[in-house]
Design a protein around this ligand. Structure first.
Ligand code: NAP
Length: 487
C-alpha cells in the first residue's frame, strides 16, 4: 500500500474503507493487487447483506433532500466534482493503471472521459425539460413533468474502473437520484478515489455511496431492496441476466450494458492504412479487454493478404510491459482466467485450421502478460466466432460479398458495437443500417464519447448511457391533468 501512496501527489486519494452516508467505514480485509507485479496495493472491506442494506437506506434518506435541490445547485456541485477529477488526473491514472494494468496513457484518457461524463451531466441537469400536450378537454391542460426515479444501485466491471462509474453515477445524480455503487473487486481503489473527490466537491452525505464486498450478496440487496428503483449494471451478459431476474420481483427498472462480440469489416474500397489503424485501436486498446473490442475482423478477399501482413507488422512493434513504463502499449491481462480464455480460443482456432501469424503464447515477462496475436484464415466454426475473447487476439476472416459479410456479422446473439471501413457512400448507409448493433463505427475504430448514446441491442443490453438520452433513463414521466380551468 505504501508504495502506491508514496507515488501519489495526494496520498489521501488512496482509500481503504467504504464510503457510506458520508462516512469512511469498514475493516479493510480484501487485498487489491497490481496485475503487473502481484504486489498488494491496498485492502478494502468485504461488505455483505447488512452493510449493503445500510448503504441503500442511506441513499434513500439522501434522496428526499437531493431530489428537491434545484437543478442549478446539483449542477454546481457536480461541476466542482468534474474540476477535482481533472485536477487529480495524474493520481487517478496512477491508481487506475496500478490496479488494472492498462498503459498509463490509456488510463489518463479514461480519466478524461470519466471527467467528461461528470461535466456533461452537470450541464444536462439544467436541461431536463417537460412538455405541455394539446388537451382533449377545453377546460383542462395536459402537463408532463420529469422526476428522478429514486435510488439507483450500480455494479461496474474492472475493465474501465473510472469511466464505467461516472457514466452511470453522473446522469443519475444530475437527475436528482442517489447512488449505491459496487465496483469490481479487482479495481475498487479508483471508485473510492472518485468518492473521495465527490466528498470534497460537496456532494451531500448519502448521494454517492461506494461499497466493496461479496458480489452475489451485495448484488442481491441491490436488486431486492424495496428502496432501489433502478438497477444499473455493466458487465457480462451472464451476470446481467441473473440481475435482471432478481430485479423482476420488485418490478425495478434495469439498465444493462453487457457483453459484445464486435464485427470489424474491411471492404476492398476502404483506405487500408486507416483500417489497420482502426483495427489496432479497436482490438488492442486495454489489451483487448473492452466490450466494444473488434472480436471478429472480416476482410474482403482481394485485400486479405495485404491486410494481414500490415496488421502483423504493426503488432510486431507493440511493446509489452508494465503499464507504468513509458512507451508500453500492452500491459498484463487482468487474471489467469483471462489468459486461459485467450489460449483456449487460439488452440481451438489453430486445431481447426487457422494460421498463427504472430504471437500466440504467454509473454516471456510471465504473470498474465500475453503476446499480442494475429490469426489468419479464421472461419465461423471456430470458438472465437461465438465468444468474446476479451484479450489481445485478432482473428481475421475472409469474405467475398457485402451480403455475406452482413449475414456473418449479424449471426450473433450480441449487438453492442460494430465497425466497417468503406469509401462508397451508398454502401456506408446500406451496411450501417443493416448491422444489428446499437453502435456502428464507420471508418473509425474509436466510438466512445460522452456526447453519444452508448449501448447495445439483443443480449448486449437494455438502455443507453451517455448523451442527453443517458439522463432520461433516470427520470420518470409524470402526467398531470389540470382540469376545471374554464372558470
Ligand atoms: P462480470 O463477471 O459480469 O462482472 C461485473 C461485475 O459484476 C463485477 O463487479 C462482479 O464481481 C459482479 N458480479 C458477478 N456476479 C455477480 C452477482 N451474482 N451479483 C452481483 N454482482 C455480480 O464482468 P467482468 O468480467 O467484470 O467484465 C467484463 C464483461 O463486461 C464483458 O462481457 C464486457 O463485454 C462487459 N462490459 C460491457 C460494457 C458495456 O458498456 N456494454 C462495458 C464494459 C464491460 P466479481 O468480479 O467479484 O464476480
Amino acid at each position: 500500500m505504501m508504495d502506491l501512496q508514496l507515488k501519489l501527489q495526494d496520498p489521501l486519494l488512496l482509500k481503504a474503507h467504504c464510503y457510506v452516508d458520508g462516512q469512511w467505514i469498514g475493516e479493510p480485509t480484501d487485498a487489491v493487487t497490481n496485475p503487473a507485479t502481484g504486489a498488494i496495493l491496498g485492502k478494502t472491506p468485504s461488505f455483505g447483506t447488512r452493510q449493503a442494506m445500510n448503504a441503500v437506506e442511506a441513499a434513500e434518506r439522501a434522496f428526499r433532500l437531493w431530489a428537491k435541490k434545484i437543478a442549478k445547485e446539483r449542477s454546481a456541485i457536480m461541476r466542482r466534482w468534474f474540476e477535482l477529477i481533472v485536477e487529480n488526473r495524474s493520481d487517478l491514472a496512477l491508481i487506475l493503471t496500478s490496479e488494472q494494468g492498462k498503459p498509463l496513457a490509456e488510463a489518463k484518457a479514461e480519466v478524461d472521459i470519466a471527467a467528461a461524463y461528470v461535466e456533461f451531466y452537470a450541464e444536462e441537469a439544467k436541461r431536463v425539460y417537460g412538455e405541455t400536450i394539446p388537451s382533449h378537454r377545453a377546460d383542462a391542460r395536459i402537463v408532463v413533468g420529469k422526476q428522478p426515479i429514486g435510488v439507483v444501485s450500480a455494479i461496474t466491471p474492472w475493465n474501465f474502473p473510472c469511466s464505467m462509474i461516472t457514466r452511470k453515477a453522473a446522469p443519475a445524480i444530475a437527475a436528482g437520484c442517489t447512488v449505491v455503487l459496487k465496483p469490481a473487486p479487482e479495481t475498487p481503489l479508483s471508485a473510492l478515489a472518485l468518492a473521495a473527490l465527490a466528498e470534497r466537491a460537496g456532494l451531500p452525505a448519502g448521494v454517492f455511496n461506494v461499497v466493496t464486498g461479496e458480489p452475489s450478496a451485495v448484488g442481491k440487496v441491490f436488486c431486492d431492496h424495496p428502496a432501489v428503483r433502478f438497477v444499473s449494471f455493466t458487465g457480462s451478459t451472464e451476470v446481467g441476466k441473473i440481475l435482471m431476474r432478481q430485479a423482476s420481483d420488485g418490478v425495478k427498472k434495469v439498465g444493462l450494458e453487457l457483453g459484445g462480440n464486435a464485427p470489424f469489416i474491411v471492404f476492398d474500397d476502404a483506405d487500408l492504412d486507416a483500417a489497420i489503424e482502426g483495427a489496432m485501436v479497436s482490438k488492442y486498446r486495454n489489451m483487448g479487454q473492452t466490450c466494444i473490442c473488434a472480436n471478429r475482423i472480416y476482410v474482403q478477399n482481394s485485400i486479405y493478404e495485404s491486410f494481414v501482413e500490415k496488421l502483423a507488422t504493426r503488432v510486431m512493434d507493440m511493446r509489452v510491459g508494465s503499464g507504468l513504463e513509458v512507451g508500453v502499449e500492452q500491459g498484463p491481462l487482468i487474471s489467469d482466467a483471462a489468459v486461459a480464455k485467450v489460449e483456449r480460443h487460439i488452440a481451438d482456432a489453430v486445431r481447426q485450421g487457422a494460421r498463427l501469424v504472430i504471437g500466440g503464447k504467454r509473454h516471456p515477462l510471465g504473470r498474465t502478460f500475453f503476446e499480442p496475436t494475429v490469426l489468419a484464415e479464421v472461419t465461423t466454426k471456430m470458438l472465437v466466432t461465438r465468444e468474446e475473447t476479451f484479450g489481445p487476439l485478432a482473428p481475421v476472416y475472409r469474405f467475398s460479398s457485402e451480403e455475406d459479410v452482413i449475414e456473418m456479422a449479424n449471426a450473433s446473439p450480441f449487438g453492442l458495437a460494430s465497425y466497417f471501413y468503406s469509401s462508397d457512400l451508398g454502401r456506408v448507409f446500406r451496411v450501417a443500417e443493416a448491422l444489428e448493433y446499437g453502435m456502428v463505427g464507420v471508418n473509425t475504430g474509436l466510438i466512445t464519447t460522452e456526447a453519444a448514446p452508448f449501448g447495445g441491442v439483443k443480449e448486449s443490453g437494455l438502455g443507453r448511457e451517455g448523451s442527453h438520452h443517458g439522463i432520461e433513463e433516470f427520470l420518470e414521466l409524470k402526467y398531470m391533468l389540470l382540469a376545471g380551468l374554464n372558470g
